[in-house]
Design a protein around this ligand. Structure first.
Ligand SMILES: NC(=O)c1ccc[n+]([C@@H]2O[C@H](COP(=O)([O-])OP(=O)(O)OC[C@H]3O[C@@H](n4cnc5c(N)ncnc54)[C@H](OP(=O)(O)O)[C@@H]3O)[C@@H](O)[C@H]2O)c1
Length: 253
């Protein structure tokens, strides 16, 4: 049995069950506009992968939260680099009164996705493949033949992608990376929430960090809204601060 302890918000709680975990990760109430929740796992020393994949960083609790966050979302947004590196499959379960699980939406300017991969073969709903006219025609055709829904956009900037998902009513957006996509979202100030698992591991090697690219983007303050402890891993939840926080004299600068 997975022992998950809630450290924050107070009061601390022991042995969170599935319902309490879902409550801990409930989406904020609010207008139906795109809200981007990002989920990553990292080692204590900041590595985003072990041997090129994130799986070596995971734990039972991290995996449970990974699946829970998928089930709570309207759509799972991911960069093509992650799909190419990981054995990426669709969301398996429908929850929250839905008939079908949320789709995966892959951002790829090249449409360079393996039609035989689990993205297409191991999924209940077809993945959305957000791409450009400039992607080679044969690749776009291969994606469509594999069952992907091609969505050709004029550009793949965060604002264009989020607008397209919002137009489809997919406003609870769970982004599963990778680092290039997170860097682009940060540069566009499009990250509303970061769920970050800190695995109790030190990882030698030259793995990168969770966000990459976009030098010159300003540092942005986030607010801790949740912290869980499970088997020495910390599962942190940070949100964009409410606008009022900047003027709250009780908050540290
Ligand atoms: N630790 C974790 O939680 C975690 C999570 C996710 C991934 N990872 C790891 O991260 C690595 C992959 O990361 P990555 O940075 O190479 O790839 P990525 O961010 O998953 O995908 C980058 C790709 O997305 C497409 N793209 C299109 N428009 C983009 C835009 N505006 N911004 C960013 N990307 C855009 C491009 O695909 P095209 O080249 O097809 O045009 C680009 O090459 C893998 O090793 C994976 O295991 C770790």
């Amino acid at each position: 049995m997975l022992a998950v302890q809630r450290l924050w918000p107070s009061p601390p709680l022991d042995d969170l069950d599935d319902a309490a975990l879902a409550e801990h990760y409930a989406w904020p109430d609010g207008p139906a506009v795109p809200y981007v929740r990002v989920n990553f796992v990292t080692s204590l020393d900041g590595a985003v992968t072990v041997d090129g994949r994130s799986g070596g960083l995971g734990s039972a609790a991290d995996k449970a939260v990974f699946h829970l966050l998928r089930e709570l979302a309207d759509v799972v947004l991911v960069g093509a680099g992650t799909v190419r590196a990981e054995r990426y499959n669709g969301v398996q379960r429908a929850t929250r009164g839905r008939d079908t699980p949320p789709p995966i939406a892959v951002i790829t300017g090249t449409a360079d996705l393996d039609p035989a991969s689990r993205l297409f073969t191991d999924t209940v709903v077809p993945p959305l493949v957000l791409t450009l006219h400039s992607a080679p025609r044969e690749r776009r055709e291969a994606v469509a033949a594999a069952g992907g829904e091609l969505v050709v956009l004029p550009r793949l900037t965060p604002d264009a992608v989020l607008a397209e998902l919002g137009r489809r009513g997919l406003v609870r957006i769970l982004c599963e990376g990778g680092p290039s996509l997170l860097g682009a979202l940060e540069a566009a100030d499009a990250v509303d929430e970061l769920c970050l698992t800190m695995s109790p591991l030190l990882v030698a090697g030259d793995a990168g960090r969770i966000a990459r690219g976009s030098p010159g983007s300003p540092a942005r303050r986030m607010t801790l809204v949740g912290a869980l402890l499970a088997d020495d891993a910390l599962l942190l939840r940070y949100r964009r601060p409410p606008a009022a926080a900047a003027t709250d004299p009780g908050r540290p600068a």
